[in-house]
Design a protein around this ligand. Sequence first.
Ligand SMILES: [Zn+2]
Length: 114
Amino acid sequence: MLIAQLRINSHELRCETGCWKRPKEAWEESVCVFCTSGKVETEKHFILECEAFKDSRDNYINILTVSSWNNLFSKGTMEKLGELIIKLIRKRAELQKSVCEAVCPIGYCYSRGH
Ligand SMILES: [Zn+2]
């Protein structure tokens, strides 16, 4: 289900939520706050690129070295990919809590589940 959510963009990565800012951020401003790449936090950045989640990817390198983003969602890798995404999302929630506490003194964002 997580994979399906990612595929239809109904997840909570910043490229979708524009979290922490009102009014909603422009897409290109939804920069990943977990690393210093300055890249928009897309699904691809989150799963494959973001340095902040490097350690979480260690056991999944073999499924991540695919030739294209679309191949990543092929049937053979679904189970492993699902595991990885759960791991990444947990890690992200932890990191997000600390980022939120740092940028949002009243903890508004985190308490709203962003
Ligand atoms: Zn990042």
